[in-house]
Design a binder for this molecule. Structure first.
Ligand code: SAH
Ligand code: CA
Length: 213
């Protein structure tokens, strides 16, 4: 679903930085070879992630949901010189393709790939993150948030993607639709959470920006 008219969306994309060639290639290969290519971050949102990361200039980034690596590369663009990005995906079949693009991007040495359930892996990471991007299974968003909060400090930025879920969060809820129900609860909870300051940005499918107090 488009929240804005396609004409305005095109205008916005045309007046934002161009999509790097490598990310255009990654998008093409994802559409040719990988299932559910609509999950990939696109041109405009990718540039937003890159810009936010550059403004934050993190030393440590955590990404939950690597997929083919598009958003990881965008976020890595803002890393400090000696910084690292940890990215987790449950699907090991994606590992080789991610690695190939991470190496081509020049951030291969700074990106650490983890394979498995994020809820098992995060507690084992003895790190504090400056920037966290939550973009895996929507029905687990509450669990991811609770799992990452012990790995934050005041000022850590937490981004949660797809929180408008194609607009379903404002439509009548179908009883079988677990993802929408949980995202509605998540959006309410993250706004009310006394540990966080939060703004929901209407970027693409909805991107919530929270800051740990
Ligand atoms: N961030 C990517 C898109 C992620 S799509 C981009 O913008 O390009 C969501 C990914 O989350 C899928 O690749 C899926 O395999 C992964 N995933 C789903 N459940 C997970 C879990 N519990 N732990 C880690 N990864 C998970
Ligand atoms: Ca997403």
């Amino acid at each position: 679903m488009h929240f804005l008219s396609p004409i305005i969306e095109n205008y916005i994309a045309e007046h934002s930085d161009s999509e790097p060639i490598l990310l255009q290639e990654l998008t093409r290969e994802t559409h040719l070879k990988v299932i559910q290519p609509r999950m990939i971050t696109g041109h405009f949102q990718g540039r937003v992630l890159s810009m936010l990361s550059k403004l934050i200039n993190p030393k440590t980034i955590l990404e939950i949901g690597t997929y083919t690596g598009y958003s990881a590369i965008c976020l890595a663009e803002g890393l400090q010189k000696n910084g690292t990005l940890h990215t987790i995906d449950i699907n090991e079949e994606l590992n080789a393709m991610q690695k190939r693009y991470f190496d081509k991007s020049g951030y291969g040495n700074q990106i650490i790939q983890h394979t498995g359930n994020a809820l098992d892996i995060i507690p084992q990471l003895d790190l504090v993150f400056d920037l966290i991007f939550i973009d895996a299974e929507k029905t687990s968003y509450n669990d991811y948030l609770e799992c990452v909060l012990p790995k934050t400090k005041p000022g850590t930025v937490i981004l949660s993607d797809n929180v408008l879920w194609s607009g379903k969060v404002v439509e009548p809820l179908s009883p079988k639709d677990k993802a929408t129900k949980i995202l509605m609860e998540y959006n309410k909870k993250i706004k009310e959470d006394p540990r966080l300051e939060t703004v929901l940005l209407p970027i693409r499918d909805g991107l919530t920006l929270s800051r740990v107090k």
